[in-house]
Design a binder for this molecule. Structure first.
Ligand SMILES: [Zn+2]
Length: 485
């Protein structure tokens, strides 16, 4: 009877007062924090977030969570703001096998900047990047979650190294078979240096049939709509989306395809023919077809203003090894050859292209934050560049919430993974960034990083500073070695 009563009492106590039940165990608890609901563009003050392994297991009012949960590690979120981990959806690794170590030293820069996932859009080190992807996932290499296209699909003998060269339909089929089965790539990248336009469209259609996402540069001989109709999933670089706004785009594409005009003349006519109504109609078709745009404005801004901006004292240079730095020369030399008229045209084009960003948003096109950071792309610093990128979005007319969503939700949305990334709630990945200021008030607050949590592992300010110091030390040693030769 006594025992029965005790059992009864225990049941009643548990039912009426869950606080008296044994606390549940987590690994990390972030207390007294303001959670940013990126989707709802709002803040939730006084929250606690519990992590276990690589997962968020509980989120709620701080007092309630503190009663129910215990964790080995407490992170003080008082006065701070918690956002989902940032994604840079357009980065590169490459420059040849001699540059593998210098490229590898870039990985911690992403984490130190709050970036928990990167999408590699192909370079000339595809097998190396595939190996890093696996090593990071296994915990053998420290870095952000790495998603990659593997080698990109190109035409025969393109300017880009390390591509899969295709000259006919059978080559495209073989390339896609290799990428999807051997390399198990996360998406396919297709560019337009020597690739025949009809093969570009064929590759898009075949990839779509295989259920793999595509991203790429659209050949000048095609209209953007042709690529959209063939099933392209994301358009890289804002310029290509801009071209869809030219009234006579089809005639320009036909003239270019027939060899009647060169690329410069085609670009001049595309700019002259830009029309707001034509552009909005095109962007509504992008939205209807589920096509996203990755603007890479940071990359274009740097290249368009190389004539004016002095980068020789950039703090970011301390993170770039001497061989990677050398890959910058190609674009610097090309820019130096431009005359005053070409420079003025480039500046005007840069402004005109940037102005379509709010139009895309108005049309409902998802904007994916991506920097184009990596080898060749001068002064576009891995990790740091994403903060520049999303600040540019706000300068062009996006709200801070829209810019933040482009770097936290648009990436996972593109992959179909919003059930796991891009929000702070139970069941989501424990990829988080704790900020000293509210990014919804000022997007520059994404730079004010106190702590980064990646796959549930806490990297406090001290650890982040160590990562940065580590890469700086490596670069300094490489520079000293290069100078002594
Ligand atoms: Zn790129």
């Amino acid at each position: 009877m006594k025992r029965l009563f005790a059992l009864f009492a225990a049941v009643v106590l548990t039912a009426i007062s869950p606080a008296l039940a044994a606390p549940k165990a987590g690994d990390v608890i972030i207390r007294h924090v303001t959670v940013i609901d990126v989707e709802g563009a709002k803040t939730l003050a006084g929250q606690a977030v519990v992590l276990r392994g690589g997962d968020i297991v509980a989120v709620g009012d701080d007092a309630g969570i503190a009663k129910q949960w215990r964790a080995k590690r407490m992170v003080d979120g008082k006065g701070r703001y918690l956002i989902p981990g940032l994604w840079d959806m357009h980065v590169h690794f490459g420059g040849g096998v001699d540059l593998i170590e210098e490229n590898k030293a870039l990985l911690p820069l992403y984490i130190a900047n709050g970036i928990t996932t990167i999408r590699d859009c192909s370079g000339d080190l595809a097998d190396q990047v595939l190996a890093w992807r696996g090593a990071i996932a296994n915990g053998d290499l420290f870095g952000p979650r790495l998603l990659t296209s593997g080698a990109k699909i190109e035409g025969i003998a393109p300017v880009w190294k390390g591509t899969i060269e295709v000259g006919g339909d059978a080559d495209v089929d073989a390339a896609l078979a290799r990428l999807t089965t051997r390399d198990k790539v996360d998406f396919v990248k297709i560019t337009d240096n020597t690739l025949k336009p009809e093969l570009f469209l064929y590759a898009l259609r075949r990839a779509k049939a295989l259920g793999i996402r595509t991203s790429g540069h659209i050949p000048m001989a095609l209209t953007v709509d042709q690529a959209v109709d063939a099933g392209i999933s994301s358009i890289e670089h804002l310029d290509y989306a801009y071209n869809a706004g030219a009234k006579d785009e089809a005639a320009i594409a036909a003239d270019f395809a027939a060899g009647r005009i060169d690329r410069a003349e085609a670009n001049r006519r595309l700019g002259a023919g830009f029309d707001r109504d034509t552009a909005m109609a095109a962007y509504r078709r992008f939205a209807a077809k589920g096509v996203s745009v990755t603007p890479t404005l940071n990359g274009s801004r740097i290249l368009d203003y190389l004539d004016r901006d002095d980068h020789s004292k950039d703090a970011g240079l301390a993170y770039i090894g001497p061989k990677l730095r050398k890959t910058y020369d190609w674009r610097i030399e090309r820019a130096a050859k431009a005359d005053a008229a070409a420079i003025a045209a480039r500046h005007a084009q840069s402004d005109a292209v940037g102005a379509i960003l709010p139009m895309l948003v108005e049309a409902g096109v998802p904007i994916i934050a991506g920097t184009d950071a990596g080898f060749l792309n001068s002064f576009n610093y891995p990790g740091f560049g994403l903060h520049d990128e999303i600040e540019l979005y706000v300068q062009k007319g996006l709200t801070a919430a829209q810019a933040l969503a482009s770097a936290t939700r648009a990436g996972p949305a593109w992959f179909g993974w919003l059930d796991r990334y891009g929000a702070i709630k139970p069941g989501m990945a424990a990829d988080l960034v704790l900020l000293d200021r509210n990014p919804l008030d000022d997007i520059a607050a994404t730079r004010a990083i106190d702590t980064v949590i990646v796959r549930g592992e806490v990297q406090d300010r001290g650890a982040l500073d160590e990562m940065l110091a580590d890469t700086r030390a490596k670069v300094a040693a490489w520079n000293a070695e290069a100078a002594s030769r």
